[in-house]
Design a protein around this ligand. Structure first.
Ligand SMILES: Nc1ncnc2c1ncn2[C@@H]1O[C@H](COP(=O)(O)OP(=O)(O)O)[C@@H](O)[C@H]1O
Ligand SMILES: [Mg+2]
Length: 261
């Protein structure tokens, strides 16, 4: 394992599809145990970037280091092994509609661990409690609200105790209040369990103050990566414009911080 304080390092990543250059020299260091939010307008390559971290796409140039290992060079068992360190929660959540909440959450344990059924039960019940879902264990996804589904998805992503959690626009389809609740839960859970988390989001106003670092992906590069307070004060004209555009003019001069605690 690497001694670096970075769980993930993207070094000069280039990726084109045909003639379309999507990533044009992305550099990004993701701190271990922290939450990094990647934001940027639609179509800027945020999902493509996340797929490079998972080794689902291979860059044309550059390196993706996960815990010091170049994921693009790994194949077969070594790649699968590294991937077991990731938990993933993508837009659609993709719960199995014919399975109960309990069974959805138990699935990774039943498929990928050697735990006995009683051990699975203990673990799943603990997660249900943590996510405030105890009363919904026997419900089916169709009977749940959008926010509850996201919580089930998060519980499932956490079952194999990943070191790194990747979220791709996890609150898509939720109203603003619900998605704020979901983010609060993500951050509170991250603080409790201490994993490294990377969240891709275009709706940064809701999570701006909850992240440790915000990276802005624009025209194929990470144009800024800093703590929310720094971003808010930044004199960089690009950053200033971006913040005013997504957060509104008043925000830049205010210093209100919501607390997760
Ligand atoms: N597998 C692919 N083949 C071809 N083009 C792709 C592929 N994946 C993504 N793209 C293109 O790359 C660009 C960035 O996509 P994406 O990462 O999904 O954007 P974002 O997540 O920031 O909204 C888009 O123009 C998209 O059409
Ligand atoms: Mg996307």
């Amino acid at each position: 394992m690497s001694q670096s304080s970075f769980a993930i390092r993207l070094i000069d990543i280039h990726k084109s599809f045909g003639t379309q250059a999507v990533l044009r020299g992305v550099n990004l260091d993701v701190e271990r145990g922290a939450t990094t939010v990647i934001c940027g307008e639609s179509g800027q390559g945020k999902s493509v970037l996340l797929k490079h971290i998972l080794g689902l796409l291979t860059s044309d140039r550059g390196k993706v280091l996960v815990e010091g290992e170049d994921i693009s060079r790994l194949r077969g068992a070594a790649l699968n092994h590294l991937r077991t360190r990731f938990g993933v929660l993508f837009q659609g959540v993709a719960l199995f509609d014919s399975m109960t909440v309990f069974d959805n959450i138990a699935l990774p344990l039943r498929e990928r661990s050697r735990l006995s059924e009683p051990e699975v039960k203990v673990k799943v019940e603990k997660s249900l409690q943590m996510m405030d879902l105890e009363d919904s264990a026997e419900k089916f996804p169709g009977q749940l609200s959008g926010g509850m589904k996201k919580r089930v998805g998060l519980a499932r992503a956490l079952q194999l105790e990943p070191d790194i959690l990747l979220f791709d626009e996890p609150t898509t389809g939720l109203d603003p209040v619900k998605s704020h609740d979901v983010y609060q839960l993500f951050f509170a859970t991250q603080k409790r369990l201490g994993y490294t988390s990377v969240i891709v989001s275009h709706d940064i106003p809701k999570i701006f103050n909850l992240a440790d670092k915000i990276a802005i992906l624009h025209e194929g590069q990470v144009r800024a990566c800093m703590a929310p307070a720094e971003l808010q004060r930044s004199q960089d004209p690009f950053v200033r414009d971006f913040i005013i555009r997504v957060m509104g003019r008043a925000y830049r001069s205010s210093y209100e911080f919501d607390s997760v605690e």
